[in-house]
Design a protein around this ligand. Structure first.
Ligand code: RB5
Length: 161
């Protein structure tokens, strides 16, 4: 199956806030190098090393807080599986975190879900796939239209709960 094409759209995000726990640190280094190569501005909100075990919710929260303060920013979170960071981030209204381990998901979470946070598992995928996922996620715009209506509904229903 061929990948869906990305229509031309708005430029890449103004800035990326990136965070990880110890299990995501190795992949985060790779992604930081890529962002540097692509000249995409980014803020690294930790953790600082793979050597010390840390709690992923604390690092996830730092990136969530940065995104909520700056809606034009997007974020990347990496833990071992990507699951803990996804659960954490999606508790906050306004955050649309997508766990992606393939290129189709990375494209579609931008086109249909306007995902403002990409989550990956550093123990699940290798560096080359991680970099390709980030590349397509950065450049794929949101389709809007009926997908915006669904996102509005999602926020509305979350507030009603
Ligand atoms: C850390 O061992 C691991 O549990 C964490 O990185 C993540 O995978 C949790 O969902």
């Amino acid at each position: 199956m061929s990948l869906p094409s990305s229509p031309p759209g708005p430029p890449e995000p103004e800035i990326i806030a990136i965070g990880c726990d110890h299990a995501g640190h190795g992949l985060k280094r790779v992604i930081l190098n890529l962002l540097h190569e692509l000249k995409v501005p980014c803020i690294d909100l930790g953790c600082a090393s793979a050597d010390e075990s840390v709690h992923y919710p604390q690092y996830g929260k730092k990136v969530v807080t940065a995104l909520l303060a700056r809606p034009e920013a997007r974020g990347i979170l990496i833990c071992g599986t990507g699951i803990g960071m996804s659960i954490m981030a999606n508790r906050f209204p306004g955050i649309r975190a997508a766990l992606c381990h393939d290129l189709f998901a990375a494209i579609m979470c931008r086109r249909h879900n306007n995902a403002n946070l990409l989550v990956m598992g550093g123990r699940v995928i290798g560096p080359d796939l991680g970099k390709e996922i980030v590349r397509v996620w950065l450049k794929t715009p949101f389709d809007g239209g009926r997908h915006q209506e669904r996102l509005d509904l999602l926020e509305q229903l979350a507030h009603e709960a």
